[in-house]
Ligand binder design. Structure first.
Ligand SMILES: [Zn+2]
Length: 56
């Protein structure tokens, strides 16, 4: 049985991704066509991808 820690958190919000240029990828929330979209943008080269995984 796994122990449940009080400090256990979901990793999704704190996950970090890095662009191939070395810049950190930040998540952006964009409203487009009445829908909320999450975009990943590199701080350094401003490259945008739909998912942070696409930077690798
Ligand atoms: Zn970059």
């Amino acid at each position: 049985m796994a122990q449940i820690s009080k400090n256990a958190r979901t990793a999704s919000a704190t996950q970090r991704f890095y662009c191939s240029c070395g810049g950190e990828v930040k998540m952006k929330t964009v409203f487009a066509g009445g829908k909320v979209k999450n975009l990943a943008e590199c701080e350094k080269c401003k490259r945008q991808e739909r998912r942070p995984r696409d930077f690798k």
